[in-house]
Design a protein around this ligand. Structure first.
Ligand SMILES: C[S@@+](CC[C@H](N)C(=O)[O-])C[C@H]1O[C@@H](n2cnc3c(N)ncnc32)[C@H](O)[C@@H]1O
Length: 402
């Protein structure tokens, strides 16, 4: 049984991202005892790896979670978020898209809705709340809170936006109509998209990654950053700073706290040298070779141009037999530099598709198609023209959905 339990803990840790503490292991074991019924341990653990055990596995993952939360948790950070991030965004007048990733029982979603109301954001703004735990989400959807959870809410806000019923304090329907909830495991892709557009203005993921293994936390930060719109803001809690510097994010220090933003400046290490002219019989550069940095070009090239150049290089490397993992990294880097490079997005879809990652491939094809349909796509003279590319995306999507 001990070996089976180790396998169970390993599975739960890998699929939830969580580095299981002693208490979490105890909770997982108790939950497993209940779900197992009379079945022998080995067949129960085996079943969890397949379709049949999917629901039980979700319950086990949720049993490892800690749902402790309150409204207005960490006021100084929220004050800075309101003043330096939300208020300037609200001035634009457009509907904002926020995401509370790991929203537990909804307190953080309600807090964000209150902050949006206070800065006078467009009422069509949305706050998406996601969590691994189905039972936490059931409670979250009620947007009804205890006095204990409400104790930090400024009186003016609680009087204006809550009314009491038998269950507690209920958020005004004007604000709760702006909330959406969805079950989502941060370890799994694809990540949710906002209701409008392809990136969120603000993603709040607080007190979730502290429970993660360092590898899962790092991967999650990267995936969350990919879901930000340009100039978007990632909010982690003060207890979970990003310790390793990242090429994709820069730290914004404001009001005694810090947030993260996708870098807008190209990072020198990822700069690409223009591809060799087709007629020149020069050897194809390998990605492992040191990348030459042309300082003079830094002022003259936009990140989009760099992304395009890198994309053409990646295609050449790939034709020369570069491993798929390096092609994928090159494509992602091109897209980081130039997010509207629909051709690179389509190629990334193809690559994921060939590797059997259907859901991820579908996401990339969809994103390519949406960029093409919006008219924002960067033209890529050496690749399919936009109409053909859009058609290729449509065909790929209909094949994958068949
Ligand atoms: C301590 S609560 C944080 C709630 C809120 N963000 C806050 O700071 O007050 C952590 C939440 O993260 C969720 N969680 C843990 N692992 C997760 C995962 N892999 N994917 C999505 N949510 C997860 C848990 O279910 C739990 O509700």
């Amino acid at each position: 049984m001990e070996g089976d339990l180790d396998l169970l803990f390993e599975l739960v840790s890998r699929r939830s991202g969580s580095a299981l503490s002693k208490q979490q292991r105890e909770r997982v074991q108790q939950c497993a005892e209940r779900l197992r019924g009379g079945r022998p341990w080995p067949s129960f653990v085996d079943e969890l790896h397949g379709r049949q055990g999917a629901m039980a596995l979700l319950e086990l993952l949720a049993s490892a979670s800690v749902h402790k939360t309150d409204l207005f948790r960490d006021e100084p950070q929220l004050e800075a978020l309101e003043r330096y991030v939300l208020a300037p965004l609200a001035e634009s007048g457009r509907a904002l898209q926020l995401w509370s990733a790991g929203c537990a029982t909804g307190e953080e979603v309600a807090t964000l809705l209150l902050l949006l109301a206070r800065v006078g954001a467009n009422p069509a703004s949305r706050v998406l709340g996601t969590d691994l735990s189905a039972s936490a989400l059931t409670q979250a959807r009620r947007l009804t809170f205890s006095d204990e959870a409400m104790r930090r809410v400024p009186a003016a806000l609680s009087e204006r936006w809550f009314r009491r019923n038998a269950e507690g304090l209920v958020l005004d329907p004007k604000l709760s109509a702006q909330a959406r909830f969805q079950q989502h495991n941060l370890v799994e892709t694809p990540y949710p998209f906002p209701e409008v557009g392809t990136g969120f203005d603000v993603i709040v993921c607080r007190n979730v990654l502290i429970y993660f293994t360092p590898e899962a936390a790092e991967r999650t930060v990267g995936l969350l950053a990919e879901r930000l719109r340009r100039g978007g803001t990632l909010v982690l809690s003060a207890a979970e700073p990003i310790l390793k510097p990242r090429a994709d994010l820069e730290t914004l220090r404001v009001g005694g706290t810090f947030f993260y933003r996708p870098r807008t400046e190209p990072v020198p290490e990822v700069r690409a040298v223009p591809p060799p002219r087709p007629s020149a019989p020069v050897p194809v550069p390998r990605p492992s070779a040191p990348v030459r940095v042309e300082v003079a070009a830094v002022e003259t090239k936009s990140p989009e141009q760099e992304g395009e150049e890198l994309f053409s290089l990646v295609l050449e490397w790939s034709a020369a037999g570069q491993p798929d993992s390096e092609t994928e990294a090159g494509l992602r880097k091109s897209l980081y530099l130039s997010p509207d490079l629909a051709a690179a997005r389509y190629c990334l879809g193809l690559l994921l598709d060939q590797r059997g990652l259907r859901a991820d491939a579908t996401t990339e094809y969809r994103r390519a198609l949406s960029v093409l349909q919006s008219g924002r796509a960067r033209p890529t003279p050496f690749f399919l023209n936009p109409e053909r590319l859009a058609e290729a995306c449509r065909r790929a999507l209909s094949r994958l959905s068949a």
